[in-house]
Write a protein that binds this ligand. Structure first.
Ligand code: ADP
Ligand code: MG
Length: 709
């Protein structure tokens, strides 16, 4: 393969997947389209497409040696064969191999199969052995003629999609593997001395010899797997490091902090009006950001901190720096409710200070009246709006900034690459804005090192003082009454309650109905003195805002909602949260939700209602998982467990579509390999840039481009 940058799929396509004529996807056969869906275009894609499991067709065993549940293959003679109609039409065949007999049943069958299974025929039978009161049985086994040659390797089973049969996929992978150029890209002198080489590893993993330990294949601990995982992690590290270097070549406005903090600076004035002192962590992170902003290289920093750790203040102080330097700053939140909360808070702090400078805060959202929006846009364009807060509307094409220097993105995992790219286009001339991305889902260290290696990470690892820990309780669904008592007791103390309904059905209409029913039910039970409100993502924005305002003002005491309140909402008087069907949420998501209470001085609680389920077993696993929530209030610890249980998808959100998930390496077990890749990547980029580029292309193909956003 030529060492050029990101070959397009079309030019790198193999004869098995010819270059399409016209737009992608047209003129392709069904098989090719299915292959493409699996990301299989270039020869190397096929070679790197590894089996998820194997079948052992290399051995013939005796019927008598197969126990119930065993997958096995034997050769035997058909002794009986008949079509039976009770309880339904089926072909029932008895075979005998001298050790024992076995009954084969087929509910769908063709005349040709019937012929193949005629009395007296010798057949090779492969399937799962079942017991049963009539003796040994197999349902729908695979039948071949007896005596054909046995393969010498295990048979790979690949993940596939509808319309792509396993034998077809096997054939395609085999020929792709045969054609693929598999020269080494990891230089021997810095690489994996003595390890399996790439070609040997791939050949082995596609067609392992039957003597291999199945366990070592399945848990990816076999040396061939180690080699492949090392390659994959290296590709990921290289591409992110490359993205980082490319960024270092870009220019951003310098936002120096004056050597002596001037009392008259917005930054100092904001600090002075805050009703609290900063935590140590906020100060430290503030300094990290200040350092970045003072450089000409665009900052790409991820600010992570547990719910309630005070990320907003840190962001506001960064905004003040930008404004002090004479530039504009934008703050984007994924939902209008969240944006409104930020707006309310920041306006309260900053507006009087900005007004004294002839500046203001502007507000931009999709639901805004046209006239208001035009006014706001004009203020943004003239530079009068020093700070612009809003939803995606902030990056809409029509909005033109006078001199944007800093973009703050809250809940970054909800924003995709395209949106971050759009923000970049908003700076002055060919300058890039600095970027501060906030995440309330703490990202486990290994995940950060792996998927966020292109970013700098700041962590708020300290909560503001005076928080009372949230007590979390698991309550089985049928004890709902006790929960109602708790709600009543909180309300009688003047407190407020969140009740969260999960997304259960595919359809939002059904979810809305569920939430509405819960609201009505609670309103009934709690009586006229208590106002129960409803918040749902389908509601018109104005209505949502009205409900939120009423809840904030304690005109509503119980707020029933779907997960729209998950992010950032801040109502300190709320002291109880009930989460229904907690077992359907990820742990980190529960932690986020739970963080909506415990924001004031009152002792707060979170009740996780879970359904014990149809079979007690399901209920028990759910309960065990949820117990982690009761055991710790530390978001990082919860994130770590979540990563173990659910894998990285949960954390990465929109980033996942850009940076492909690791297919083979597992960050909970492959920490050593990750360390190796992190160490090697910079050396390789510096000393062997061409090999590095080929390595990236080989593993990530066109996907590497996404990371540059
Ligand atoms: P998050 O990190 O979850 O976004 P917020 O920025 O919303 O947290 O802060 C949570 C609450 O804590 C807010 O009410 C905020 O005003 C308050 N807060 C932030 N920093 C401090 C501090 N240093 N001391 C006391 N309260 C603080
Ligand atoms: Mg927040």
């Amino acid at each position: 393969m030529p060492a050029k940058k990101t070959p397009s799929p079309a030019t790198a396509a193999s004869p098995a997947a010819p270059a399409p004529a016209g737009p992608p996807g047209t003129g392709l056969s069904l098989v090719q389209r299915a292959l493409r869906k699996l990301g299989l275009v270039r020869d190397i894609d096929f070679a790197l497409y590894l089996p998820m499991r194997y079948e052992d067709e290399t051995r013939i065993v005796r019927i008598a040696d197969l126990r119930e549940g065993d997958l096995g293959q034997f050769e035997a003679v058909v002794t009986e064969s008949e079509v039976s109609y009770r309880p339904r039409r089926q072909l029932v065949v008895t075979v005998d191999d001298g050790s024992d007999t076995c009954q084969l049943r087929f509910f769908n069958f063709y005349p040709s199969q019937q012929k193949q299974l005629a009395v007296g025929a010798r057949v090779r039978v492969r399937g799962e052995m079942r017991g049963g009161f009539i003796g040994r049985q197999m349902l729908h086994p695979t039948i071949k003629a007896a005596g054909t040659a046995l393969p010498s390797a295990l048979t790979p089973v690949y993940p596939t999609v509808a319309g792509l049969a396993q034998p077809v996929l096997r054939r395609e992978v085999r020929s792709g593997l045969a054609r693929a150029v598999l020269d080494e890209t990891i230089p021997v002198q810095i690489g994996l001395r003595g390890a399996w080489d790439l070609r040997a590893s791939l050949s082995f993993l596609h067609y392992p010899t039957p003597d291999v330990s199945m366990a070592a294949l399945e848990d990816h601990s076999h040396p061939a797997w180690q080699r492949i995982k090392a390659e994959e992690l290296l590709a990921q590290q290289l591409s992110q490091l490359q993205a980082r270097l490319e960024r270092a070549a870009q220019r951003a406005p310098r936002l120096p902090s004056s050597a002596e903090p001037l009392a008259s600076s917005l930054h100092a004035q904001l600090l002075a009006v805050l009703p609290f002192g900063l935590t140590g962590a906020q100060r430290r992170v503030g300094e990290e950001i200040t350092h970045d902003l003072g450089r000409e290289i665009p900052m790409h920093r991820l600010l992570q901190g547990d719910v309630g750790s005070g990320k907003t203040v840190v962001a506001a102080l960064a905004a003040a720096r930008a404004i002090d330097a004479g530039f504009q700053c934008a703050l984007m939140a994924p939902t209008e409710i969240l944006a409104a909360q930020h707006f309310g808070k920041l306006v309260g702090w900053l507006d009087p200070l900005l007004a004294a400078r002839g500046l203001r805060v502007a507000w931009l959202t999709g639901s805004q009246k046209k006239k208001e929006r035009e006014q706001m846009s004009a203020a943004v364009e003239s530079g009068e709006a020093a700070l612009v807060i809003g939803t995606h509307a902030v990056i809409s094409e029509k909005v033109r900034f006078k001199n944007l220097a800093l973009a703050l993105i809250d809940e970054q995992h909800r924003f995709g690459v395209a949106q971050r790219l759009a923000l970049r286009g908003k700076a002055v001339g060919d300058l890039e804005p600095h970027l501060l991305m906030m995440s309330a889902t703490p990202i486990p260290r290994t995940l950060a090192m792996s998927y966020y290696a292109d970013l700098d990470v700041s962590t708020l690892d300290e909560l503001p003082p005076g928080r009372t820990p949230i007590v979390t309780k698991l309550v089985a669904e049928h004890r709902r009454d006790e929960v109602i008592d708790r709600i009543q007791s909180q309300i009688s103390q003047g407190r407020q309650v969140y009740w969260v309904c999960p997304l259960i059905e595919e359809s939002e209409a059904v979810d809305l109905r569920n939430a509405t029913e819960t609201r009505d039910e609670l309103a009934d039970t709690l009586g006229d003195a208590v106002q129960v409100g409803l918040l749902h993502s389908r509601m018109p924005t104005a209505e949502k805002a009205a409900v939120m305002a009423a809840f904030t003002a304690n005109e509503i005491q119980v707020l029933v909602s779907t997960t729209v309140i998950e992010v950032g909402v801040d109502v300190p008087n709320a002291s109880l949260m009930v989460i229904e069907h907690a077992e359907r949420f990820g742990l980190s998501q529960l932690h986020q939700l739970r963080g909506r209470v415990g924001r004031g001085a009152a002792a707060s609680a979170c009740v996780l209602l879970y359904a014990p389920g149809d079979s007690g077993r399901v209920g028990e696993t759910a309960r065990a998982r949820l117990k982690a929530m009761a055991e710790t209030g530390d978001g990082f610890e919860i994130a770590r467990r979540d990563l173990e249980i659910r894998g990285p998808g949960e954390f990465l959100g929109a980033r996942q579509s850009g940076a492909p998930l690791l297919r083979f390496a597992d960050l909970t077990t492959d920490v050593l390999l990750l360390d190796w890749a992190r160490e090697l990547a910079p050396v390789m980029l510096e000393k062997h840039p061409e090999l590095a580029q080929r390595h990236i292309d080989r593993w990530l193909g066109t996907k590497a481009e996404y990371l540059k956003a």
